[in-house]
Design a protein around this ligand. Structure first.
Ligand SMILES: [Ca+2]
Ligand SMILES: [Ca+2]
Length: 354
């Protein structure tokens, strides 16, 4: 493959593949200016794979570094376990050293970067690769970057491929972020050697932002619920799952958009018995509920208006809280609230609402 976007360019790709279903991958990308990109691949007969890519760029624009799909030598592998996250959801990230040579590494330094607007990093902790009880040092995370250094204690080394350390990423805002760790390794000779790396990426989605297009809201349910307190209208689907919860206007009127279907509709206000009914809404239409007056007096919310509710008025007499006991919403719990309660004394259950 060779992709040329502008300028004088040459892209050449050669492939030879033998009999046993082997694969070839190559890439040459030229972005601008006078460029040549050549990729050569030859594949052997028994299922081994080779991937070589070279990118040459001339002129001012520079290309981003190409990450080789599966390096032959040692490399760092970042693996975000759950690569699609909702807001505030967290995933573990494993950072592993692969193709560790038999003589082993005594220490490694990882430099990890990510988009701090999309992700929050935490819980950076050593794993088992450098043996039990390794020494580790952390710098950051700050501004989408941290350095984690780890060294085997008591002469322990990393002698095989495995996870060197882990951390967590949490979705902060919708978008996509690379999670990339580069590494330098030590074999105990006082020198550091950079190795290859394979990054991962995470997509954060906002589940609350338009789960389905607005065309899914073609029907309306409207009405008026009278109470001296703010009224909440709730719609539940056939499985009793809450679909919509909305506060009615100050005068109790409401006009709620919702998908066509059959719902249980419930009107409630603090200190009042509920009203409940069923509505079947068809696409593009408005269903109007009867005007309903909620009965005042169920201060403890157990669906019965009785002496226990009156008790709350007595215990909080001339106070303003609990607000459920202030049935007329005038800021004082007193005989005016008791009077409202008395008018509905012994009423119970939810009012049938059509
Ligand atoms: Ca009650
Ligand atoms: Ca009152």
């Amino acid at each position: 493959a060779g992709t040329a976007i502008s300028g004088t360019q040459t892209a050449i790709a050669l492939t030879s593949t033998a009999e046993f279903g082997t694969q070839t991958a190559m890439a040459g990308t030229a972005i601008s200016g006078t460029q040549t990109a050549i990729a050569l691949t030859s594949t052997a007969s028994a299922g081994t794979q080779t991937a070589i890519s070279s990118t040459l760029t001339a002129g001012a624009p520079t290309s981003t570094p190409t990450t080789i799909p599966t390096p032959a030598g040692p490399y760092v592998l970042v693996d975000v376990i759950q690569d699609a996250l909702g807001l505030n959801q967290t995933s573990l990230v494993n950072v592993s050293l692969m193709n560790v040579p038999p003589e082993g590494y005594t220490a490694a330094e990882f430099h990890c970067i990510y988009d701090p607007a999309i992700l929050e990093v935490g819980n950076i902790a050593p794993a088992e690769l450098f043996g039990s009880d390794p020494a580790s040092a952390l710098n950051g995370p700050q501004n989408g970057s941290f350095i984690f250094a780890i060294a085997g204690s008591q002469g322990r080394k990393a002698t095989s491929s495995g996870t060197a350390f882990t951390f967590t990423v949490r979705g902060m805002s919708a978008g996509a972020s690379n999670v990339q760790c580069t590494a330098r390794v030590s074999v105990g000779q006082g020198a550091l050697e950079a190795i290859a790396y394979i990054p991962d990426s995470v997509t954060v989605f906002d589940a609350s932002a338009s789960p389905t297009p607005t065309q899914a809201l073609p029907a309306y349910v409207a009405g008026q619920v009278i109470a001296s307190k703010p009224v909440t209208i709730q719609l539940f689907d056939a499985g009793n799952a809450l679909v919509v919860s909305q506060t009615a206007n100050a005068d109790g009127t409401f006009n709620i958009p919702v998908g066509a279907g059959t719902y249980t509709i419930v009107a409630s206000a603090e200190g009042f018995l509920k009203a409940q009914g069923f509505v079947t809404l068809s696409s593009g239409s408005t269903f109007s509920m009867q005007v309903v007056n909620l009965p005042a007096g169920d201060i403890d919310g157990n669906s019965v208006i009785d002496q226990f509710d009156a008790l709350t008025i007595g215990m909080n007499y001339n106070l303003s809280a609990p607000t459920a006991a202030d049935l007329n919403n005038d800021g004082a719990i007193n005989v005016l609230d008791l009077e409202l309660l008395a008018a509905n004394y012994r009423m119970s259950g939810a009012l049938a609402w059509q």
